[in-house]
Ligand binder design. Structure first.
Ligand SMILES: [Zn+2]
Ligand SMILES: [Zn+2]
Ligand SMILES: [Zn+2]
Length: 509
């Protein structure tokens, strides 16, 4: 068998010698150059659709095949679109085909219980990356295949039997995020697992108390947080610390032959004198033993409250703001989160939990509602937000529309570490930055306005106001003389950090 030899020629686009058989704008180009072209569709000057502009129209403008009377060789043979090239078909058509095959039951139709997964995939903004997940060596689509065929039950129990690896947890999260299985909170699941192990190692009289403390107090609190989508790693770590600290006290009491119900304040004071660092964490356990009548009116003295501190000078804060406004090498969502922190004193954990509906895009302005009041975003932060909504973050296909900063895992928002790390790399320490912002805002706004704008408790807002030694009576407009002559963006920013619709009692000039 002989094949007709096609001579290699010089590709007019990249200059390499290759098989150049693909017509792009009157030239025959190599496969690489053609692919690059296919992956960058642009609005066609003729039909205004996103198309592969590989042909010249009569005005010698690059245009699509249809508008120039050519065979639409670059269109998806299934749906006719040219804007999301992927292999033989376009990315959505490829995804449709693969997902239908993966999730099909024995009748060949998508398993009805798995339909929401299919829908979430098809509604995703990035069909290409979803298709790529199917072929990732580390992914385990075969679990979904087995579920579709009825070989594995579609339930949490199935996952309890499987190893707890990242790819498998990913599928579990995906099923939970799309409502196929009950929602579950992996942090709580792991804490419960850990607790059962610890309790299993303890003598019975301790195990009973710790089990009750954990079940009825700590885990209950975590589940309550979960219902508000507020479970964090540190909340579960605190719960573990509460349990370990309680166990240490019980062991100490045993060593001193003291029964928990017979413990006196003098015993507890002696213990805390020996281990002063344990007091704050132990307090929760003692509160609980008091309230359940296991002990009687024991008290852990409250530690002195550390003073609020501001460790970031005001000009330094504005330099950070400048950096985040203009440094395009920093990821967009990091810039936005950092600006929310530096301008509006929002904690990162709360920023990460923000929802898209907290943002309102109007023709001439963008507002953000951190708490109850819509605040107009200063330029150029408003533009950053518009871009962010347009492009999204490193989203997974199951959680766009749910979170303003969607994470890569289904149903999850970004984790604070994701943003914190990049800020720190640019010399911005979130804790200091937020305190500096709080300090400055407290100096500029009356406490109730501050509390309402930023969602702070009035007490916290009041403490900041007191620290900045300003009261409503001394309310002054924001000044930042330390950065004289700097960009007018800063002026704009300063002037617009005020509630859009809030009726202030008087607006001093
Ligand atoms: Zn080429
Ligand atoms: Zn066209
Ligand atoms: Zn298609």
């Amino acid at each position: 068998m002989t094949r007709k030899q096609i001579p290699r020629t010089l590709c007019p686009h990249c200059g390499k010698t290759a098989l150049c058989t693909r017509p792009i704008l009157d030239d025959l180009v190599c496969q690489t150059c053609q692919l690059r072209f296919l992956r960058a569709p642009k609005p066609c000057p003729g039909c205004e659709e996103p198309k592969v502009l590989a042909f010249y129209d009569h005005q010698h403008r690059p245009a699509c095949a249809t508008c120039t009377g050519n065979e639409p060789i670059y269109a998806c043979p299934r749906c006719g679109h040219e804007d999301r090239h992927y292999g033989r078909y376009c990315a959505p058509c490829t995804l449709h085909e693969r997902a239908s095959a993966l999730l099909a039951d024995r009748t060949g139709k998508i398993h009805p219980q798995l339909q929401p997964v299919f829908d979430a995939w098809m509604a995703g903004k990035r069909p290409r990356s979803t298709v790529q997940w199917f072929t990732k060596p580390s992914a385990c689509p075969e679990i979904l295949r087995a579920m579709a065929l009825g070989d594995l039950p579609i339930s949490h129990d199935t996952f309890e039997e499987l190893p707890s690896t990242r790819p498998i947890n990913y599928i579990r999260d995906l099923l939970a995020a799309t409502g196929v299985i009950e929602p579950y909170q992996p942090l709580i699941a792991r804490t419960t697992h850990w607790l059962n192990e610890i309790v299993g190692l303890m003598p019975k009289h301790h195990a009973d108390i710790i089990h009750r403390f954990a079940q009825w107090h700590l885990l209950r609190r975590l589940r309550h947080l979960e219902s508000q989508n507020k479970v964090t790693r540190s909340a579960t770590q605190n719960a573990r610390a509460n349990i370990l600290t309680a166990i240490r006290l019980l062991i100490w009491l045993d060593e001193h032959s003291i029964e928990l119900p017979a413990t006196t304040q003098a015993d507890l004071d002696r213990y805390l004198a020996r281990y002063p660092g344990r007091g704050p964490i132990l307090a929760r356990f003692i509160d609980w033993t008091n309230s359940t009548q296991l002990t009687h009116q024991l008290r852990v003295p409250a530690p002195a409250r550390p003073d609020l501190q501001v460790e970031l000078a005001e000009d330094q804060r504005w330099q950070h703001i400048e950096t985040l406004l203009h440094e395009t090498t920093i990821r967009r969502y990091t810039r936005i989160a950092g600006l929310f922190m530096l301008l509006f004193a929002q904690p990162l954990s709360r920023i990460c939990r923000m929802r898209p509906e907290q943002l309102t895009l109007l023709a001439d302005s963008v507002t953000v509602t951190f708490d109850t009041v819509a605040i107009e975003m200063p330029a150029p932060l408003d533009e950053l937000l518009r871009e962010h909504l347009h492009h999204g973050g490193p989203a997974s296909y199951a959680n766009h529309n749910t979170w303003l900063f969607p994470g890569r895992l289904p149903g999850k928002h970004l984790v604070t570490e994701n943003i914190r790390g990049e800020l720190v790399a640019h010399g911005i320490r979130p804790h200091h930055a937020r305190h500096a912002a709080m300090f400055q805002l407290a100096a500029e706004m009356p406490t109730p306005v501050l509390a309402e704008l930023l969602g702070l408790s009035p007490i916290t807002a009041g403490r900041w106001a007191a620290l900045s030694a300003h009261t409503w009576a001394h309310y002054t407009a924001m000044r930042h003389t330390s950065l004289q002559g700097n960009h007018h963006n800063i002026e704009l920013l300063a002037n617009t950090i005020s509630p859009r619709s809030h009726q202030s009692p008087q607006q001093p000039q």
